[in-house]
Design a protein around this ligand. Structure first.
Ligand SMILES: C[S@@+](CC[C@H](N)C(=O)[O-])C[C@H]1O[C@@H](n2cnc3c(N)ncnc32)[C@H](O)[C@@H]1O
Length: 181
């Protein structure tokens, strides 16, 4: 029997891509008994031919496959969150993040837009400064890129930057925390 989620967490993701982060967040919500309101933005959605051939849905339990499919099959740009599971409510924006106004305040921001070398216009102080006020106090912007210029830009935007141990080939990742005194 499913339990009543004990806490709400608001997440924004820059770069929906293959849907892996969103899918793992569904599993996190179930395992940790929290309810996640998850917004994501993507400028170039992948096609059904691509996502239907990904095997992420086989991870852990085969009945999670449906969650993965629903993430991709759900409509873009809905006004309301779509319920994917008791623990996961979802909104996908098909837009360019640079022209986008975030509607809510968030506890976690997955900054997942390639790298500063590939898309430097997304990895700069101005972008981080726009995100900062949309995070709740103690909210975290997390990214796999731990380059010095990124850490410095995050600091200048007001974040307290922590380098933490990464997984597999990623030696370090960054958690940038909004700490208001
Ligand atoms: C590293 S991938 C994201 C991986 C994804 N989080 C996942 O779990 O599979 C980066 C994504 O950011 C998207 N992107 C790049 N620039 C963007 C922009 N300006 N606005 C919205 N999405 C953007 C790309 O199209 C790409 O799908």
């Amino acid at each position: 029997m499913s339990k009543i989620p004990q806490k709400d967490i608001y997440v924004f993701e820059l770069g929906f891509g293959t849907g892996l982060n969103a899918f793992l967040s569904i599993i996190y919500g179930i395992e940790q008994n929290v309810r996640i309101y998850y917004e994501t933005i993507e400028l170039y959605p992948i096609s059904k031919d691509v996502w239907s051939n990904l095997n992420y849905g086989n991870y852990k339990e085969s009945n999670y496959r449906l969650f993965f499919e629903n993430l991709h099959a759900s409509e873009w740009d809905t006004e309301k969150f779509i319920k994917i599971s008791e623990n996961f409510y979802f909104k996908k924006h098909h837009s360019d993040f640079l022209n986008f106004n975030m509607e809510n305040n968030y506890d976690v921001f997955y900054f997942d837009s390639f790298s500063p070398d590939k898309v430097p216009h997304l990895w700069n102080i101005e972008v981080f400064k726009n995100i900062y006020p949309k995070l709740n106090n103690n909210g975290i912007l997390t990214t796999y890129c731990s380059k010095g210029i990124v850490k410095e830009a995050l600091r200048q935007a007001g974040f307290s930057v922590k380098r933490i141990k990464g997984l597999n080939y990623k030696k370090h990742i960054i958690n940038a925390v909004k700490v208001q005194h």
